[in-house]
Design a binder for this molecule. Structure first.
Ligand SMILES: [Cu+2]
Length: 63
């Protein structure tokens, strides 16, 4: 389980962008988003660094 804090994720649209970005990086990942806390939990076999890179490229850099 990898957790990210994503300050720029502020609404439902951001949350769906974050979900689809993570799903592209790892199609088998399970994503749980706490929008109020700007927090994302990901169950994945992917490297954290790869997910950070994908999220940053999508415009949602983890803190
Ligand atoms: Cu938004």
């Amino acid at each position: 389980m990898i957790e990210f804090q994503i300050p720029d994720m502020t609404c439902g649209h951001c949350a769906s962008m974050v979900s689809s970005t993570l799903a592209l990086a790892d199609p088998d990942c399970k994503v749980t988003i706490d929008l109020a806390q700007h927090k994302v939990s990901v169950q994945t076999t992917e490297e954290k660094s790869a997910l950070v890179e994908a999220l940053t490229e999508a415009g949602y850099p983890p803190a």
